[in-house]
Each structure stands twice: as C-alpha cells, then as structure tokens.
Design a protein around this ligand. Structure first.
Ligand code: ADP
Ligand code: MG
Length: 814
C-alpha cells in the first residue's frame, strides 16, 4: 500500500472498537476455494485497514479480480451493517448498469451462503429489498434519488461506488456529492459519537483515477489512499486484421467460423454493439454449426447489411501496418497457429469445407443489458459437454461481468454510445470506435484462466490513428438540464460543484437557459416551486414540465402515457433494422428458388410494415409524438403484449419499460397532485379531438426551444438550395436555439435542418408541409471519412406541426 500522507490522521475518525467486531460467514467449499484465487481477496487486510483508517479509499483491480463480489463481503464480515455491531447502517454498492446490480446481488448472495438473504438489489423499476437487507446493490441513479431525500445518507454505514472508471454522469455526480457527505458525516460523528462516519470506497478497473484522487476540490482534506489488487493476468496475443471491414458483423462471422474449426478448445467472447446484431450473428452461427440449442432449419431473410455498420472506414490502410498486423508482441510462436487471417489457410491447408462432423457443437449465448436476468446468468454456467461456449455480447461484458473459461475474444472495436455535440446541442446514439483502454479491457477478458488470444476486427493502423486513449467522461457529452435541476433541488452549488471533471460553462449555461424557459428556475438562477415539482419526476425536465401541464389541463392520465412514450428509446422498430431492404444484386451467385422465396417474404413483410404504420398513425394527423403515444396506449390494451409487439413491429422491451414508467409516474402524480388523477387506468379510451389538441400543445410547450420554421417563410429568406421535390428535402431553420456553432455557419447549407424519413411528415406533399414544427431531437449522421467533402444533413426526429397562434400562446406562457 502506498504510504499514507501524514495529514490523513487529522481528518479520520478511527474506530478502534470496530476492529474487534466481526461477523462469521459459512461458505460452501467450492466458493471458498474460488475466492482464494482472487487477487482482491489476497489484499483483504490492506483494504480493510485502509477503510478503518480513512473515510475515502480507492481500490484498483483489473476486471475479474474480485472487486465487486468481494469488497462488499469484506465490509459485511467486518461488521458493517450488523444491527448489533458498532456500524449498523447498510452497505450500499452502486453500479452504472442495471444488469450488474441484479446479477452481482445474486452472486454475492450465493457466495454468502446462509447469509445470502441479506443481499438485495434496487433498480429503477424493481427492488428485492427486505427487512434483513444488509448489502444493497443499486444503480447509481437510485442512490442519487436517495441523496435528494436524505442528504446525509444516514441509513448507510458504507458506500461502494463501483466501475468508477466508466465515468457515467451519475457516478461523477455521486462522487462529487459523497465527497461532501463524507465530511458532513465525519462532522456529525465528532459532535455526537452515536453518529457514525460514512465510509466511501471508490472502485476502478483502470488506473486513470487522478480525476478523483488528485482533485483538490473533491477531497479537500487528504488524498485518498489507493490499494492495488494486481490480478494474475495471463498473456493475451492481439491479432489485428489486415483490413478494416466496415461490415464488422460479417467479418466476425467469418473469423468465428474459421476460429471454431481451427482453434483448440476454449470459450469465445464476441463484442458487438447491440441486440439486433447479436441476434443476427447467433442465427447465422446456428445455421452453420451444430448447436446445443438446435439448428435453425429455415433460413429467414437475414442479411447483415452495411446499414448496421454506419462507420466509414478506409478500405486501404495508410501503410505501415502490414508488418505488425499479426500480433502485438511479435514474438509469440503460438500466434501463427492462432492467426485467422486468410493467408494462414495456405500454410495449414484448412479449407472452409473441413469435415463438419469432427467440429464441436456450439453453445451460443447472447448477453446484453435488455436481456432478462435469468438468461444473462446462463453465461456463468459451464457449456454442455462436447460444445464450445460462444458468448455474443455488448460492452456489458467489458468490465461489469467476467465470464469464466474465455480463451478467445473477437472485438469489433465499436460500441453504441450516446454522443452529444456541446456546441450544437445535437444528440445522437451512434456506433463509434471504442478507446484504446476499452479495447485492452476487452482483450484482457481472454486471459483470465490461461494465455488467450484476441482477434481485433480492425487494423492496427485504425487502432493507432482513430482510437482515443480513454473514453471521455459522459458528462462532457450529454445535455445537462437534468443534472443542473437535480443539483439545484438538493441545494447544491452548480458552478462550484466538485465535479470530478467539470463540464464546460457553455453547456451549463445552455441547461440553465432551458430550465428558465421551463419555469424551473427564476431569472437569478434560483430554483422555483415549479422546479422542485419537476425534480420529483424521474424524467428529463422537459417531460416533467409536460406532465405538470397535463395535470393542469386535466389530461393527466393521457400526458403520463405521452411522456412515457417519449422517454423510452425506439418504440417503433425502424424499417432498416428489419432487414427488409433488397440485398444488392449478387452477380457471382445464381439466384436460387430459396432467394425467390426470401424476396417474396420480404415484400410481404414490407407491405405489412406499411399497413401497421398507417394503423398506428390514425388520428395522429402528422404528429410523430402522437403516433408513439398511440403505440403505448394500444400496448396497454393488448391481451398478449409479446404477440402484439411482434405483429406491430414494436420493441417489446421499450414498451414494457414505458408501461412501468406510466405506473411509476402515476404514483408520483397521485402523491403530489391528488386531485389530478382518478383511479389508475392504463387502458385509456381513445383520445377525443380536444384531448389530442391539448396533447399536441403540451408537446409544443415542452419543446419550446426546439421549433423549426420552413426556410422560405423567414422574414429575410436565405439563399435557398434547389427546389425540393419531396418533404425530406425541404429546408427548415431552427428558431431560438441555433443548432449551428456561433451565429454564422461556415457552410450556408449547414444552417438547415430536415425532416427525418421515418417521420409522418415525410409523406406529406411539399406544398402542404407545415410552416412550423417542433422536434424532439436533432440527429446528424456521422461524417464520412471517405466522402468527407459532402456535409451530412441534420435531421429532425419525432415532429409535431404547430401553428403560428399556438406558437404565440406558448411564447406568452399561456
Ligand atoms: P471485478 O469486479 O474485479 O471485475 P468480480 O467480483 O465481478 O470481479 O468477479 C470475480 C470472479 O467471480 C470472476 O472470476 C467471475 O467470473 C466470478 N463470478 C462473478 N459472478 C459470477 C456468477 N454469477 N457465477 C459464477 N462466477 C461468477
Ligand atoms: Mg466489477
């Protein structure tokens, strides 16, 4: 352990009685044995001593070293949380992901044997907490809400912030808050020994923790000690691809097939970016190999299109990587056998048609956050005898979950992440390159049980040139109105808040401006009564404002459904994700009977899709927001929700979440505006014309700063681009909030925004397009590296038309 700086002593409330107190745990022998192999367990004494002697401690250990499962147990055994011990408060453990909160609670419960019932979890819509709970796993958002109800967190004796390296906004805010809460609790303990200090343990899988430890605004009294639990990590050989295929799912398929035929036994872990890619790849692998879960007989029209891989990467590398593509240490003889690039075939003469019979069965398991928990936990079970485990995962498997028995990692090098342009305010969910640190974490997953191999589905030149060293903290790429409102509602300073990485001033100002539009803060920046009310809802402040308006206008139940519809991502599955597009003509293959059947099937599905869209849009009269609302309301009426979603091309996970959100919001509205709602009735009658009008106005008011006007209506019309032929070519100009950096765009074409092709307005004739629309977000396609010359268009999503008088009403606040 690093020597403690002397000033530590003064600030620390050491409790000598605690050392004497401990709780005995009886574990089953296999569990006990597995624990002893974990590096974190080897450091138990150091870790606990540091915690006894300091209020804030940082624990570093590479992924899989035992931080998440073991540190809470150390605390438990040392008597934290014991009702009759010296520190009776709960042990709280936060996770940025719901998956991890649930599965880790279960694992720690199992490890604790008879004491297992003392472990529970709490996530947004679900809790397993009971009277016995001593260790509580939760998402970071849950703890933030608790802070707003009890700032001193008096029911806790210790808080563990896990995965701090991920730097989620909530984690950053929590660490900032907790730095003050720890001081407060130390002060309370000094005044009255009945009060106990709060212990804060920050855990990270990377050593990039200077933002926490060396940040003097954060921990003002002393630098928290760092305990390292150096893991036994076997060597992992990285094999870069010669070229970077932009269709990385295709590339993964190809390499996995080859790998499965060639490589010695050992589990495979494949990193992709999302659920649909995982499903498609799983299907293809099951079609190709004998699977423990049965072979897929009929091949449905599955084609992994380039649309799934919107990244533009160059086909021809900039040179310099041909020599080092093979592996990164260049010395491992083994690597030749393990290389999977085409060239290797010649040496070993293993053709694609090597005898199938001698090939192991595959045991394919998906792993992503939306997957039900019991299915997620299957990755921890050994695969059936005589099969190879192949886990297809998103970056959930990067640091939160460690899967046993993985020897081979296939890394697409990308992840889906929220992007936010600070200057323009344009937010998007895009597939982009991960950081070098993440790529190394992913590779490391192959070296837990023995030497491993990582197949990087991109070239070393791309890795060197395009990958950042570390991912930026989320706070630097997200809108801040929610954060600012939350801080203000807790009475915390905003500008001087001890952020681990302070967000830039412009973003904070933008957030304040929006909050004042919404009436949540006054002109001098103070939170208003409305602001307090808005902060009660687990919603973006815009949506909370819409909800309050709905209660005022006596359409509370309907507005709850509407904001639930707007708050969950992607309710309607976009056409391009269904693989309904015709594949590009394949000249090298003769069109078979099967191809014809597939084409007929595709065209049938396309027709069905269009019919469903029309059905969902009845009464929406060109408001995409109302269309989403229709989907949510119809879902509540469905007898069999799963079947309904299947038939209507709707995302069942999103709708399930929306329905949970509806009941949660109903509870809050009932508490704070008891007269606004009757009994909870998720099955709403079809809205009347009047209700629809009110809902549209509420949308408009919630997005008051997001109005766009047809460019030809501008008082001084700018130079208009060529005459548009279709709705999606018609240029609009944003009012109030300019989406263009500065006031003048460098390229005049950049100041325009356009209707997204999935919008109902895209079907309207140009001459009938509304003069004003409100949009819920703007999206800009990732700039293309190849045709960088052409600026991609910025498109508006989830539109609602609005009239000039309505606009005036809203602006006047009526
Ligand atoms: P860290 O938090 O440092 O990444 P963990 O505490 O999550 O490490 O994991 C420690 C070990 O426990 C790993 O080897 C992992 O495979 C194992 N483990 C975690 N959860 C389970 C589970 N549900 N079943 C079996 N093993 C598990
Ligand atoms: Mg962990």
């Amino acid at each position: 352990m690093d020597p403690l700086p002397p000033e530590l002593e003064s600030n620390t409330a050491t409790d000598t009685t605690r050392k004497a107190f401990s709780v005995h745990v009886e574990r089953i022998p296999e569990i006990q044995e597995a624990r002893l192999a974990l590096p974190v367990v080897a450091e138990e004494q150091k870790i606990m001593e540091a915690i006894h002697n300091n209020d804030v401690v940082v624990v570093w250990g590479s992924t899989g070293s035992g931080k998440t499962t073991q540190v809470p147990q150390f605390l438990y055994e040392a008597g934290y949380g014991a009702p009759d011990g010296p520190t009776p408060g709960l042990i709280g453990v936060t996770q940025p992901r719901r998956v991890a909160a649930v599965s880790m609670a279960k694992r720690v419960g199992d490890e604790l044997g008879d004491a297992g019932s003392k472990v529970s979890y709490q996530i947004r819509f679900e809790a397993s907490k009971n009277a016995q709970t001593t260790i509580k796993f939760m998402t970071d958002g849950v703890l933030l809400r608790e802070i707003s109800q009890d700032f001193a967190l008096t029911k806790y004796s210790a808080i563990v912030i896990d995965e701090a390296h991920e730097r989620s906004v909530n984690t950053d805010i929590l660490i900032g808050m907790l730095s003050r809460i720890v001081d407060l609790r130390a002060e309370m303990a000094r005044k009255d020994p009945k009060n106990k200090p709060l212990k804060l343990i920050i855990m990270s899988a990377t050593l990039r923790i200077s933002d926490f430890t060396e940040n003097q605004r954060l921990f003002r009294h002393s630098v928290p000690p760092l305990i390292k639990a150096e893991g036994r990590q076997y060597s992992v050989t990285n094999h870069f691809s010669r070229r970077t295929n932009r269709d990385y799912v295709e590339e993964a398929f190809h390499k996995i097939c080859k790998g499965h035929r060639k490589l010695p036994r050992g589990g495979m872990l494949v990193f992709l970016t999302g659920q649909s890619e995982i499903a498609q790849l799983a299907k293809r692998l099951k079609q190709t190999f004998d699977s423990t879960q049965g072979k897929v007989i009929k091949s449905a029209p599955v084609r992994i299109s380039a649309a799934e891989a919107p990244l533009e990467v160059e086909d021809i590398e900039l040179g310099g990587d041909i020599d080092n593509y093979q592996n990164d240490d260049g010395s491992d003889d083994d690597s030749i056998i393990h290389g999977l690039d085409d060239e290797d075939d010649r040496e070993f003469d293993i053709g694609e048609e090597s005898a199938e019979d001698s090939v192991l069965k595959v045991h394919i398991l998906p792993l992503y956050s939306q997957l039900p928990t019991n299915q997620q936990l299957r990755v921890f079970e050994p695969p059936p005898d005589g099969s190879r485990l192949i886990v297809l995962a998103t970056n959930v498997a990067e640091t939160s979950l460690t899967i046993p028995g993985i020897r081979y990692v296939f890394d697409c090098g990308r992840a889906k992440e929220k992007k936010y342009d600070r200057i323009t305010g344009v937010q998007s969910f895009e597939v982009g390159w991960i950081s070098k640190a993440s790529a190394n974490q992913r590779a490391g997953r192959a070296g837990r049980t023995g030497p491993g191999h990582c197949y990087r589905l991109y070239s070393s030149a791309v890795f060197e040139r395009d990958f950042e060293e570390y991912a930026y903290p989320e706070i630097s790429r997200t809108p801040l109105e929610g954060v600012v409102l939350q801080l203000k509602s807790m009475g915390a300073p905003v500008v001087n808040f001890p952020f681990p990485t302070p967000p830039d001033r412009d973003s904070l100002q933008k957030a304040e401006k929006l909050l004042s539009y919404l009436g949540a803060i006054s002109l001098d920046g103070k939170i208003t009564k409305m602001g307090y009310e808005l902060s009660l809802y687990p919603l973006n402040p815009r949506f909370a404002r819409m909800l309050v308006m709905g209660t005022v206008h006596k359409v509370a139940a309907e507005t709850i459904a509407l904001v639930a519809a707007l708050s969950v991502p992607e309710i309607i599955i976009p056409e391009n994700k269904l693989g309904l597009k015709e594949p590009p003509p394949n000249t090298s293959e003769i069109r078979t009977e099967e191809d014809n059947i597939e084409a007929a099937e595709r065209s049938r599905l396309r027709k069905q899709y269009n019919a469903v869209q029309a059905q969902l849009s009845t009464n929406a009269s060109t408001s995409d927001c109302i269309k989403l609302n229709n989907a949510v309301c119809a879902y509540a009426h469905a007898d069999s929700p799963e079947e309904f979603c299947e038939k209507m091309f709707l995302n069942s996970k999103a709708l399930h979440e929306a329905s949970q959100l509806r009941s949660q919001l109903t509870t809050i509205v009932r508490t704070h505006r008891p007269l606004a709602l009757g009994g909870y009735e998720p099955k709403l009658p079809p809205p009347t014309e009047h209700v629809l009008n009110v809902l549209k106005q509420i949308c408009a008011a919630g997005f008051i700063d997001q109005v766009a006007m047809r460019a030809d209506l501008a008082p001084i019309p700018p130079d208009l681009p060529r005459k548009p032929r279709t709705a999606i070519e018609v240029p609009y100009l944003t009012l109030f909030a300019s989406h263009v950096s500065g006031s003048v765009a460098s390229d005049p074409a950049e100041q325009y925004v356009y209707i997204h092709p999935s919008s109902l307005l895209a079907l309207v004739p140009v001459s009938k397009l509304p003069g004003f629309v409100i949009y819920s977000h703007l999206q800009r396609a990732a700039p293309s590296a190849i045709n960088g010359a052409k600026t991609p268009k910025t498109r508006m999503h989830a539109l609602t038309p609005i009239t000039r008088p309505q606009l005036a009403n809203i602006a006047l606040g009526t």
